[in-house]
Design a binder for this molecule. Structure first.
Ligand SMILES: [Zn+2]
Length: 343
């Protein structure tokens, strides 16, 4: 049986990994470099990156292939290396998992093409589908257990990415970046994404949010999804992969405000809100992931948190997110509990 499917079925909550970019910068990656080139140039550093998350307790680790499609690699004149770089990324992770003796799924990371798709932009959906398909096949041939489409924001991009990924027959997970007032950059709400799933060529194995703003926004997206008005009575499990607090510009570089304690608290709330896969995005180090492992091993799922409770614990929500919560939660706007945490 597929490792990812088996782990998802046998565990109440799976722990994903943390940031790739942030941690590769610590290993010497320079801003503007293509991290995927390191799969060929510095395989030992990529193994070290994987090893750190495996040792911290991740149940699934993403391959270093977020920008490993021909459109993104073309910016580095490496569009001819899609297959080589994606296969290498999977093989390095596979070796690290085997050496660790732990049971860990290989999630083949696929990020956006970087182009705006028609009708808003120049790239056709069929072009984009081919670009995603090429990468998906390379990840599948390398031995990925699941294709992990992340940081998506438009409906067209989702259709193209899922269509390309589904060709391989592997499980597909899709996460959006709800980074613009509770919506994706292209305006999709969590409810829109749930509704869109009827038009996708395969049933997703999981879906959710990654990156974006702070940890509170992703849990709010999950609350929004839970009250969404859609026909699917059995929506796929939710993935929360939040940034490690809020990015701040300090001394010429981006630092993230989240402590291991904050990410532990975020993990508790994500579990209480119903997330089945929890991880971190930008700024999340192996140290944060180790703190989150403790919670996943010990925390019993509690009552679904209110939005107020999330704000108290993790930080502010944007006005747009509040509006979505008020607009989509039955009976919410006029209730006095609006300003008072329920627990
Ligand atoms: Zn991120």
């Amino acid at each position: 049986m597929n490792t990812f499917t088996r782990l998802l079925e046998s565990h109440e909550v799976l722990l994903a990994d943390g940031a790739t970019g942030t941690n590769l910068f610590e290993l010497g990656l320079q801003s503007g470099d293509a991290p995927e080139l390191w799969n060929a140039e510095f395989p030992e550093r990529i193994r070290q990156h994987y090893r750190a998350f495996i040792d911290a307790g991740s149940d699934l680790v993403l391959t270093n292939t977020f920008g490993g499609n021909s459109s993104r690699l073309a910016l580095h004149k490496a569009e001819g290396q899609v297959r080589e770089l994606n296969v290498a990324a999977v093989h390095l992770l596979k070796q690290e998992i085997e050496d660790s003796g732990r049971d860990v799924a290989i999630a083949g990371s696929m990020g956006p093409t970087g182009d705006i798709l028609e009708p808003s932009g120049p790239r056709t959906i069929s072009d984009a589908t081919e670009i995603f398909s090429e990468q998906a096949h390379a990840l599948a041939d390398g031995g990925a257990d699941v294709l992990w489409l992340e940081t998506l924001s438009s409906r067209e991009e989702c259709l193209a990415a899922v269509t390309g990924a589904a060709e391989t027959g592997l499980p597909v997970v899709m996460t959006m970046s709800f980074d613009t007032n509770g919506r994706t950059m292209m305006g999709l709400t969590p409810e829109d994404v749930l509704l869109m799933q009827a038009d996708l060529p395969c049933k997703l194995h999981a879906w959710g949010g990654n990156c974006g703003l702070g940890a509170s926004e992703i849990i709010a997206a999950l609350l929004n999804a839970r009250v969404a008005n859609h026909a699917d009575k059995n929506p796929p499990p939710f993935v929360a992969k939040a940034n490690c607090g809020i990015p701040q510009y300090e001394d010429g570089k981006i630092v993230y405000s989240g402590t291991p304690e904050l990410m532990a608290r975020y993990t508790e709330l994500a579990i209480d809100a119903g997330a089945r896969i929890v991880g971190g995005c930008c700024g999340t180090t192996p140290g944060h992931i180790a703190a989150m492992r403790e919670i996943i091993d010990n925390h019993k799922r509690g009552t679904q948190p209110s939005a107020e409770h999330i704000v108290n614990e993790l930080g502010e929500l944007t006005d747009g997110t509040w509006a979505l919560i008020n607009g989509t939660t039955p009976k919410k706007p006029s209730r006095p509990s609006r300003r008072r945490p329920r627990q």
